[in-house]
Ligand binder design. Structure first.
Ligand code: GTP
Ligand code: MG
Length: 217
């Protein structure tokens, strides 16, 4: 192949990858708008904010490739689309545990979304103590010439769960995945403290709601 042909082929490949990734960005944009709408409406109806903040991220081409190799998957765009379901990720941080399930229900009821999977690591925490509600959601993205169905990984958690997960993530990487037993124990115990705090905050929140209701009556 001549150098010119190689350059043309490279440009074509770059264009194809950019176009492929763009659809995931659009899907995230759509989901973020949906969450913003729920947040504003909820605030208006209930006078408090169930969502503290949201954060979205697109997996880098490098970590997509790493995951393909790690899982021994074919290196092709269809294989990436079918097998890697966390290219687009959205993390929603809530004030209270009950808000997590409210948001999950509200998203489940939206007729344009297809819920592919729900993993409830709050009812069933991971052995290390990790808690969060994970949803895999298929979002339709309307392009100029087609509709693409795009999978997004949505993680919904409380502030305490998020605090724990970000520290655990840092420790995990610092020790290159071989975390000393003592730290693992401490992390587990910190996760239990986070759960206790979440439950206490939930009780206070319910009590506050009841006081407010009585004031209205
Ligand atoms: P992957 O193929 O690695 O994405 O795992 P999976 O398909 O079994 O997904 P799972 O729902 O278990 O986890 C997906 C994502 O949740 C991860 O990429 C992390 O962002 C988060 N997560 C899961 N487990 C942990 C954990 O133990 N600690 C932290 N900090 N995050 C976690
Ligand atoms: Mg993942």
């Amino acid at each position: 192949m001549s150098p010119q042909d190689q350059i043309a082929q490279f440009k074509q490949l770059k264009h194809t990858i950019t176009r492929f990734m763009m659809v995931y960005k659009f899907a995230l944009d759509e989901m973020e708008t949906k969450i913003e709408i729920l947040k504003e409406e909820f605030h208006l109806l209930h006078d408090y904010n169930p969502i503290e903040h949201t954060k979205s991220r697109l997996k880098s081409p490098e970590s997509i490739m790493n995951k393909l190799f790690r899982k021994n998957l074919e290196v092709s765009l269809p294989s990436i689309k079918n097998n890697i379901r966390d290219i687009a990720g959205l993390r929603i941080t809530c004030s209270f545990i009950s808000d997590i399930y409210k948001i999950c229900d509200m998203l489940t009821r939206q007729s344009d979304l297809t819920i592919l999977e729900i993993k409830d690591y709050i009812k069933n925490p991971k052995p290390n103590g990790y808690q969060s509600l994970h949803m895999l959601i298929e979002v339709p993205v309307f392009m100029s010439d087609r509709v693409e169905k795009v999978c997004i990984e949505v993680q919904i958690r409380t502030i305490a769960m998020d605090f724990w997960a970000s520290l655990e993530h840092k420790i995990f990487y610092k020790y290159n995945e071989a975390v000393p037993e003592r730290l693992l124990q401490e992390l587990k115990s910190a996760a239990e403290s986070a759960t206790a705090l979440d439950r206490q905050m939930e009780r206070l929140h319910v009590e506050m709601g009841e006081i407010k209701e009585n004031q209205v009556l």
